[in-house]
Design a protein around this ligand. Sequence first.
Ligand code: G3P
Ligand code: MG
Length: 374
Amino acid sequence: MNNFRIIARNSLRRRDYSLRSPPSRSFCNLSQESNRPSYGIAFDIDGVILLGSSPVGGSPGALRRLYDDSGALKIPFLFLTNGGGLPESERASEMTHLLGVPVSPFQMVQAHSPFRKLANRFGNELVVAAGKGEPAAVMSNYGFKNVVSLDEYASYFDNIDPLAPYKKWMTGQEVHKETSRSRENVVSERVQAAFIVSDPVDWSRDIQVLCDILRTGGLPGKEIGPQPLLYFANDDLDYQTKFPTERLGMGAFRIALESIFNRIHDNPLEYISFGKPNPFVFKDAEDVLKEIATSHSNQGSHHFKTLYMVGDNPKIDIRGARQAGSPWFSILTRTGVFKGKDNHPEFPADLVVDTVEEAVDFILTRESAKRSLI
Ligand code: G3P
Ligand code: MG
């Protein structure tokens, strides 16, 4: 029985989106000809658009059909991924490069994107950000004023990782350090929260140091204290990359950390998991698609008749779209986690296709048929 306690999830749902400024015309470049589109599309990335960093399922060609000849966005779409580790602007340029279509940072909804809303809450308090890529840069981009990566944080504590001497990839590696910080300041300042921004790389070190932080009220090496807050960007047990079978995800790391923590500590681990299939993620995606759809007109709010979620993981993408309900229509591809012949028994999609190319073809045909009926 998972004996952890979820706290404060409800407050997230009452989110207002006011923090993020609506996209300027140039930002999303929705073409003038697309008059208030009645539908929008959310694409999962791993297993639908990319496998690792390679396009899959004809994704470049499929996405090009959503732009007009001038390269302006014709159909509002975004990427709704449980992945992360880079600021949205950098990830957008990476996607533009990999797919050959102009992707704006506004179209990048990553698992850690909602962390932006927590920046004010922590003010100048020290928080630690873990995971691959640039977790500290991601968080400072969101407005966190006193954030340090777990890599850098651990480097201030001698002997905190007894296995470090055996980690060939670490020996001789300089950890990127923010000049302004002094060791004395960091080791004496209480960590108020830990954010798992993207998939952790060094599990043994990360689990060790996170336990040190979470058991001691944020002061590793000191006496037991109240647990600081802990946030996970997603809870995916596994996901699809280039290797033939699924790879362990952030959810697997969470299970490892939680089972170890609960064995060495009196109180069970408390944490909040973000990311799909949480309903608020789909509510946010709908808000962003509305802003994209109205980016070329100041005609206020927008109503979608249909929002398509194209995903590869039934437990995450399809379950999320089903829970979110109307106007979401779920499409399951066979290029990622799901490889079945028919539909998924527990979380059946509205439609199952082989590739994202087939999904876009279906969507454009269906929507133009609807328009011809008007
Ligand atoms: O780490 C990312 C992975 O868990 C899933 O990514 O794009 O399939 O939601 P995505
Ligand atoms: Mg996926």
